[in-house]
Design a binder for this molecule. Structure first.
Ligand SMILES: [Zn+2]
Length: 231
C-alpha cells in the first residue's frame, strides 16, 4: 500500500504509514514515522489542538493509571478509545508490577506507579493483560526466554508466582491460567505498596484487571478471580 493511498475496508483504516505488512522487509528509514506525524498534524491536530492547549495550560490530571504489556498489538489508548491526558500509562514486558521494594535500584515501573498515585492522585489503576503474550507463552511452554540480560530476570517475577503449573490443564487452559495469574499477581503486588493499600482502604482508589484478545478485539474483566467477557 502506498502512503498516499486511501485505506480500504474495515481493517484498512489501521494500515497507516507506520504499518508494515507481514513479510515486508523492515527498513531503518524514519520516513514512515515522519509520514505518520504529518498525518497527525493534518488530520488529528485541527480537531484536537484545543484539548492539547488546555492540557498544556492546566497540566495533566488523568483519572486512570494504566499498566499493560509493551506488545505493539495491545495499545491501551486504542482499546479504551482514550484521548490525550486521560490515561497515565506504564508499559513493560508482560505488564508486570513488581512488589514494593524501595531500595537503590532503578525501579522504572514502581517510580511511574508512585508518580501516578502520589503525585497525580489517579482514581483507578487498571492492569491490562492480553492473549498471546510471548512472555507468558514462554513460561507455559518452558521454552528459553529471549533476552538474557534483562527480560529473563524480569519474567522470573511471573514465573516464580505461577510455577509449579497445574498438571491437569491442557495447553489452552494453561495459557488462560497464566494470563489470569499474571494480572492477579500485578494486582496483588500493587497492594504491597502501602500508599496504594491505604487509598484502596479509604475508598479513594480502585484496582481493576482486564484482558484483551488481539484476534477478537474483545475485552474481558477480572471478576472473582476469572475473566468475564464485557458486552
Ligand atoms: Zn505481552
Amino acid at each position: 500500500m502506498r502512503l498516499d493511498e486511501k485505506p480500504t475496508g474495515t481493517a484498512g483504516q489501521y494500515r497507516t504509514a507506520c504499518y508494515v505488512a507481514p513479510g515486508t522487509k523492515r527498513g531503518a528509514s524514519m520516513d514512515p514515522l515522519i509520514e505518520g506525524y504529518r498525518r497527525f498534524r493534518s488530520r488529528t491536530w485541527p480537531g484536537a489542538h484545543e484539548r492539547y492547549e488546555s492540557l498544556s495550560r492546566e497540566g495533566q490530571s488523568p483519572e486512570t493509571l494504566l499498566i499493560s504489556c509493551s506488545d505493539s498489538r495491545v495499545d491501551p489508548q486504542t482499546v479504551f478509545d482514550a484521548g490525550p491526558g486521560e490515561m497515565f500509562t506504564i508499559r513493560n514486558v508482560a505488564g508486570l508490577v513488581p512488589p514494593y521494594l524501595p531500595d537503590a535500584s532503578y525501579h522504572g515501573t514502581s517510580a511511574a506507579i508512585e508518580y501516578g498515585v502520589r503525585v497525580l492522585n489517579v482514581a483507578r489503576i487498571v492492569v491490562l493483560g492480553h492473549v498471546q503474550c510471548g512472555g507468558i507463552r514462554a513460561i507455559v511452554d518452558g521454552s528459553p526466554i529471549p533476552g538474557p540480560d534483562f527480560v529473563e530476570g524480569w519474567l522470573k517475577l511471573a514465573e516464580d508466582a505461577l510455577k509449579p503449573l497445574p498438571t491437569h490443564l491442557d495447553h489452552d487452559h494453561l495459557l488462560d491460567y497464566c494470563e489470569t495469574g499474571v494480572v492477579k499477581l500485578s494486582l496483588a503486588n500493587l497492594r504491597t505498596f502501602p500508599w496504594i493499600a491505604d487509598r484502596e482502604d479509604a475508598g479513594t482508589l480502585t484496582l481493576h484487571g482486564f484482558r484483551f484478545g488481539i484476534r477478537t478485539g474483545r475485552l474481558e474483566r477480572l471478576e472473582n478471580g476469572r475473566f468475564v467477557a464485557i458486552d
